[in-house]
Design a protein around this ligand. Structure first.
Ligand code: AVJ
Length: 325
């Protein structure tokens, strides 16, 4: 059978990302404490650095999730009976292959949909998927999973996979909105699969964000370069210290940049001058760690049921499968 053509759907105006970034960055610098949305960490260099993070010995989530998927993919295919696998924030779709293989081996994979903010990343991923799963229809949707779920095509019975622990980037309110939007998007009987990092010994969590090689620090600091380039700003990337810490109350890592001296920066594209006091911090990213009971309750409240939890041997990472009621 010849390969089906890959379809890339761009429902958004070409400059949507510029627009969204301008709005996000203005908000980021006019609130207290200053707080950037993590989506803008992933330019080409940021994506490379994140890739390097996933190979760090300290960064356990990637391998832990891969091991769960390798063991459980056939079971996930069987439980859901889904024929369409949707991956949100797919990036290069590396790990998802383990999940997709479970569906392909069961002979039930008719459609794959990938959604990501980067059109180029999507094209590469879609080509790879088309070669690996001949006969499966591949669709790629350019978009941001917090804003564009309504653009997902509605084919067959879908399983929406949101892996890697990325849901941990969202604040409590954003997470509630996201789960609600997901429930609104899905029909009764369709499924979600969430990958979540679990609460564990704090030292182990902190080490995963404070590696010996400094790659994580580089990844967080890179956002300053993104701002300078995309927003025509003049921040000095070296005038910030990287400050990762565990927020025990919220049970999340809080990754910040701290100004080492008072500074004024110009963000030309926003016609905005930003002042930072000495030691003032900008929150760049949070990474929430989960307790299964609590997330189960949130999923139930959002409209999901029939929950199945899977974990790796060490209990470091969790996958939760849930059915739209
Ligand atoms: C891609 C959001 C899952 O929170 O662990 C890794 C991002 N930041 N090291 C995470 C990240 C610093 C990562 N997620």
């Amino acid at each position: 059978m010849p390969d089906l053509p890959v379809t890339v759907d761009v429902h958004l105006p070409a400059d949507w990302a510029d627009e969204a970034m301008s709005v996000d960055i203005r908000r980021a610098f006019t609130q207290q404490p200053k707080q950037l949305p993590p989506m803008w960490l992933y330019d080409d260099r940021g994506s490379e650095l994140f890739d390097a993070i996933t190979r760090l010995p300290e960064y356990y989530p990637t391998e832990a999730e891969r091991s769960i998927l390798a063991r459980r993919a056939p079971e996930i295919a069987r439980i859901t009976g889904a024929d369409t696998v949707v991956e949100l924030g797919s990036g290069t779709s590396d790990k998802t292959r383990t999940l997709l293989d479970g569906f392909a081996d069961a002979g039930q994979l008719t459609d794959i949909v990938v959604l990501d903010v980067s059109e180029q990343t999507l094209r590469d991923a879609a080509d790879m998927l088309a070669a690996r799963y001949p006969g499966t229809e591949i669709r790629a949707v350019v978009g941001d999973f917090t804003r564009h779920l309504r653009h997902l095509p509605d084919t067959g019975t879908r399983l929406v996979a949101f892996l890697g622990g990325t849901i941990g980037n969202l604040y409590v309110e954003e997470r509630r909105a996201f789960l609600g939007a997901l429930a609104d998007t899905l029909s009764s009987g369709e499924w979600v699969l969430l990958g979540v990092d679990l609460v564990k010994r704090i030292g182990r969590i902190v080490d995963a964000y404070h590696d010996d090689t400094g790659v994580t620090e580089e990844f967080i600091r890179n956002v300053v370069r993104v701002l300078n380039r995309e927003m025509d700003a003049d921040f000095d990337p070296d005038a910030f210290d990287y400050v990762p810490f565990w927020d025990a109350r919220e049970e999340r890592m809080d990754l910040r940049l701290r100004a080492t001296m008072p500074m004024t920066a110009r963000i030309e594209r926003l016609d905005l001058d930003v002042e930072l006091g000495a030691n003032e911090e900008i929150r760049v990213e949070i990474s929430t760690k989960f307790r299964p009971e609590k997330l189960s309750a949130e999923l139930t409240e959002a409209g999901f049921g029939d929950l199945h939890w899977f974990s790796d041997h060490a209990g470091d990472f969790g996958l939760v499968l849930a059915r739209r009621r």
